[in-house]
Design a binder for this molecule. Structure first.
Ligand code: HXC
Length: 257
């Protein structure tokens, strides 16, 4: 498939989706949203893919939803088209998603990064939810995912003032997994993707489900989900292989590699 606003590349069991609207700092318009969702869900159906990197340019991961596209819309337009809802299909992808963030990740850009599972930031990354400065509020999960990621006080600070934070503050706050020199960002993200993609695919799927369940349930329900899912991993061929390989002191040969 050839896309207008993104590039998709494959490397072994990993894939990379690169947002590619450089003149608009990768502003997330409807075409880009539909293309990212289409690419990610297509890769998700491919069991040859064990990890997907989502990245932007050096200057901008994404500077937000496309303000020029939204400016003239009415409430009825937004409601009838259910604006932004297609992004929910990205959050439902089972394959591990790695955000590699360089430059601006603002508004929808920050929200897109937060929909990913592992968030790697270059030391030049800037995160924020500046919607308030436009007279609106986050619309792709920012008020919920940011609050769960960094807590109420810090989320309120960012969402009510619209201020931007750098990579170090984002890491201290727990928003990002790791910060690396900007020049090493893609290499680091690829290394993490390859590492993850070597693991058992069904184990990755259930690990991601279990962590995500922490955001959807009480502790008791989440622990029960984890315990039952842990039991269920004993039905996977890769579980037998993984434990047998350990005892035989050899690398595991998982089915989906
Ligand atoms: C549309 C955008 C854009 C955006 C940048 N551009 N961000 N176009 N939507 N979100 C365009 C600019 O209009 C400009 O195009 C070009 O990209 C380069 O941007 P500049 O502003 O000239 O660059 P710079 O001076 O370096 O400033 C970078 C920036 C600034 C600080 C990131 O662009 C900025 O503040 N952008 C908006 C950030 C934002 O508010 N994001 C949240 C959006 S709302 P032209 O053609 O004019 O040169 C959102 C969620 C909405 O994400 C949910 C509720 C509706």
């Amino acid at each position: 498939t050839s896309y207008e606003t993104i590039l998709v590349t494959r490397d072994g069991r990993t894939a990379t989706i690169t947002l590619n609207r450089p003149k608009a700092l990768n502003a997330l318009n409807a075409v880009l949203m539909n293309e990212v969702v289409d690419a990610a869900t297509t890769l998700d159906r491919d069991q040859g893919v064990g990890a997907i990197v989502i990245t932007g340019s050096e200057r901008a991961f994404a500077a937000g939803a496309d303000i020029k596209e939204m400016q003239a819309q009415s409430y009825q337009d937004m409601f009838l088209s259910d604006w932004f809802t297609a992004w929910d299909r990205l959050a439902a992808v089972r394959t591990p998603l790695i955000a590699a963030v360089s430059g601006y990740a603002l508004g929808g850009g920050c929200e897109l990064a937060m929909m990913c599972d592992v968030l790697i930031a270059g030391d030049n990354a800037k995160f924020g939810q500046p919607e308030i400065t436009l007279g609106v509020i986050p619309g792709i999960g920012g008020s919920q995912r940011l609050t769960r990621a960094i807590g109420k006080a810090k989320a309120m600070d960012l969402i009510l003032t619209g201020r931007t934070i750098g990579a170090d503050e984002a890491e201290r706050a727990g928003l990002v997994s790791r910060v690396v020199p900007a020049s090493d960002l893609l290499e680091e993200a690829a290394a993490v993707a390859h590492k993850i993609a070597e693991m058992s695919l069904p184990a990755l799927y259930v690990a991601k489900e279990a962590v995500n369940r922490a955001f959807e349930s009480t502790l008791a329900e989440g622990l029960l989900f984890e315990r039952r899912t842990f039991h269920a991993t004993f039905a996977f061929e890769d579980r037998t292989e993984g434990m047998t390989a350990f005892i035989e002191k050899r690398p595991a040969k998982f089915t989906h590699r």
